[in-house]
Design a protein around this ligand. Structure first.
Ligand SMILES: Nc1ncnc2c1ncn2[C@@H]1O[C@H](COP(=O)(O)OP(=O)(O)OP(=O)(O)O)[C@@H](O)[C@H]1O
Length: 222
């Protein structure tokens, strides 16, 4: 069981591929580190794996089922993949409380109201967010606290795969360690993680395998 990308060719500008015949496999229960020089295409690859960026060619499959894009994927496949970004502020609404932010996947999945609160509070406790913090809005908490809320939001979705794009880059060492500890527990129960980072020491401690993405010739073309 894995999230697999094969022979990907993808980019942002016509005829200038960022990824040219690139592949990666994220098995369930393992953390794959992804590193490489700036501009190599790590974020592009992460977004293709999360079905957020459509490749020009190649194949993405989730547990054996080929997926052509997020819009076409069945809800069950969309729910199977969650993504965490470097900046939690760009992936949360400033108008919502942290509790409402964490609740979001349960609203989408139409989980009954009486079950939602227990699930959200359990996930918040898991990532080290107190009930008081859950009542605040993003501008009233630190980046680390908001990233913990984003992690809780991802956990309540119960994804099979989690794509983390530099998710610890804005965090202090204690928060990074806490977040990585939660994710390592999740991998033990079957979550597959792609961890994109420039921090080699972090990936050595966190990942089971580390893949280096070289800059390809197409990406260097002006
Ligand atoms: N939306 C976009 N429009 C045009 N070009 C883009 C876009 N996003 C990324 N690129 C280009 O694609 C290439 C790969 O970018 P990407 O962000 O995937 O690399 P990266 O390895 O994650 O880099 P970094 O380590 O600096 O975050 C770069 O040359 C970048 O300028």
């Amino acid at each position: 069981m894995s999230l697999t990308a094969e022979h990907l060719r993808a980019g942002h500008r016509p005829d200038i591929p960022v990824l040219d015949d690139v592949g990666i496999e994220i098995p369930r229960g393992r953390t794959i580190g992804l590193t490489g020089p700036s501009g190599a295409g790590k974020t592009t690859l992460a977004r293709v794996c999360a079905l957020l960026h459509r490749p020009w060619s190649g194949r993405v499959s989730v547990d054996g089922a080929v997926v052509s894009g997020r819009a076409e994927a069945p809800p069950e496949t969309r729910r199977a993949i969650a993504m965490l970004f470097q900046s939690p502020r760009q992936s949360t609404s400033p108008r919502l409380t942290l509790e409402r932010i964490v609740t979001e996947p349960l609203l989408i999945a139409r989980v009954p109201r009486r079950q939602r609160s227990d699930v959200v509070h359990a996930a918040a406790a898991r990532v080290g967010l107190t009930a008081d913090l859950l009542t605040r809005r993003p501008h009233q908490v630190s980046d680390g606290q908001l990233q913990r809320a984003c992690l809780a939001r991802a956990l309540v979705q119960r994804p099979r795969y989690l794509i983390c794009d530099e998710m610890t880059a804005m965090l202090d060492p204690a928060t990074t360690a806490a977040v990585v500890a939660v994710l390592r527990e999740e991998t033990r129960t079957g979550l597959g993680v792609l961890a994109v980072s420039h921090d080699h020491a972090l990936l050595r401690a966190w990942a089971d395998d580390v893949v280096e993405l070289p800059v390809n010739a197409g990406a260097r073309t002006p």
